[in-house]
Every structure is written in structure tokens, then in C-alpha cells.
Ligand binder design. Structure first.
Ligand SMILES: [Zn+2]
Length: 207
């Protein structure tokens, strides 16, 4: 595997040509079928982190997932980008399962929890995840627990998934769909472990 930091853009384009040729060699109608439309199984809302490519970690390919990614997999109320994605996925494509997938080792969550808060747009954005940190802090204080730093950050990553599912459940596009088809879309909270490649459900996150 080539170190992506050393790849030039012409390398990337050459890899694309090789990939497309290999797909056609395996299945001559592969791209022709994809031009006929899309019927993705799941809407994936994940982190922009380069180590968490939705299709690859789920063993999927083109056409399988409808994907929205941003820093720290946040569902913001005032983000018409994600609202439009959710609307198109659930109303137009008929997707019935929406996954918010966080990941351990998330730089966004680490920055949100840093003693010195990030500044600029990234600080504004990550402030939305601040409620997850406060919820974890309150729970740990009540239990008298002081986990080591990495364990603490994993708890915040998981809580951030629950928080963003709550935000998702408040979006009018989701509520409108629930009003028409109770229980659909189903919302799921997952977390990906960069160190093992495994995805698991976040406890208490399924609706
Ligand atoms: Zn991340």
C-alpha cells in the first residue's frame, strides 16, 4: 500500500484508471448498472477523519451507502447541508435506517475536550459537541469515577453519538417522516475503533 502522503495527484488519477479497469474486467456491466440509479441501504453520518471511510469499513461499494461526513459527526440544527442530506435520503431515496457513527481517537472530540478550546470556525463547530462532554462529566462526578484520559475521551465519543442522534430526532425532516411512517427512519448510534477496524453499536443509542 502506497503511503498516501507521498502520492501525487497524477498517482491518484492513475490509481483511479486502474481501479475502473479492474472493476470492468471483473464485471463488464458494473458502471452501466450504477448509472441506472441508486438504492442505498443506509444513510451514514460519520466523521471526516480519513481513517474512517464508510464504504470500506462496512465492506460496501458504490451505491450501497448515502454518506454525509463532517468533523466529529455532528448534527447541527442550523446546518441546512445535513438537513438536505437527511431529507433527500429519507424522503426521496426512501432510506429507512440512519446511522450516526463516531470513532475512537476522534481529533474533533479530543479538541472539543481540550483545556484550551479551539478557536475560529472549528471552535464554533465543536462547541456543539460540548454538551456531550458536560453529560459525561456529570455522570462521572455522580459516580465518583475519574477514568484515565483515553478512556474518558472514548466515553465522550460515545456520548457525542447519542447527542447527535437526539439532534437528529429533533429535525423537522425526521419528525415529518415519523408522522407519516411511525418509527421510520430508524436511528442508530455506532462507533468505529480505528485500532481494530471494528464497528459496534453504542449502548443506549438505538431508537
Ligand atoms: Zn473524528
Amino acid at each position: 500500500m502506497v503511503n498516501s502522503r507521498r502520492m501525487s495527484l497524477s498517482d491518484l488519477l492513475a490509481q483511479n484508471r486502474a481501479w475502473a479497469a479492474a472493476q470492468v474486467a471483473r464485471d463488464p456491466d458494473y458502471f452501466a448498472r450504477l448509472t441506472g440509479g441508486q438504492h442505498p441501504r443506509v444513510l451514514w453520518i460519520g466523521c471526516s477523519d480519513s481513517r474512517v471511510p464508510a464504504e470500506q469499513v462496512l465492506g460496501c461499494g458504490p451505491g450501497d451507502l448515502f454518506v454525509h461526513r463532517n468533523v466529529a459527526n455532528i448534527v447541527a440544527y442550523n446546518d441546512i447541508n445535513i438537513a438536505a442530506v437527511v431529507q433527500f435520503a429519507t424522503h426521496n431515496l426512501g432510506i429507512e435506517d440512519v446511522v450516526v457513527c463516531g470513532h475512537y481517537g476522534c481529533g474533533g472530540i479530543r479538541a472539543a475536550c481540550a483545556h484550551e478550546a479551539p478557536t475560529g470556525y472549528i471552535g464554533d463547530w465543536l462547541a456543539i459537541a460540548g454538551w456531550a462532554q458536560r453529560a459525561v462529566d456529570a455522570r462521572l462526578a455522580a459516580a465518583g469515577r475519574v477514568p484515565e484520559r483515553e478512556a474518558y475521551l472514548r466515553l465522550v465519543v460515545e456520548e457525542n453519538v447519542r447527542l447527535q442522534l437526539t439532534h437528529l430526532s429533533h429535525l423537522s425532516v425526521v419528525r415529518d417522516r415519523w408522522a407519516r411512517t411511525p418509527g421510520v427512519p430508524r436511528l442508530h448510534g455506532w462507533v468505529y475503533d480505528i485500532g481494530t477496524g471494528l464497528v459496534k453499536a453504542v449502548e443506549g443509542s438505538d431508537t
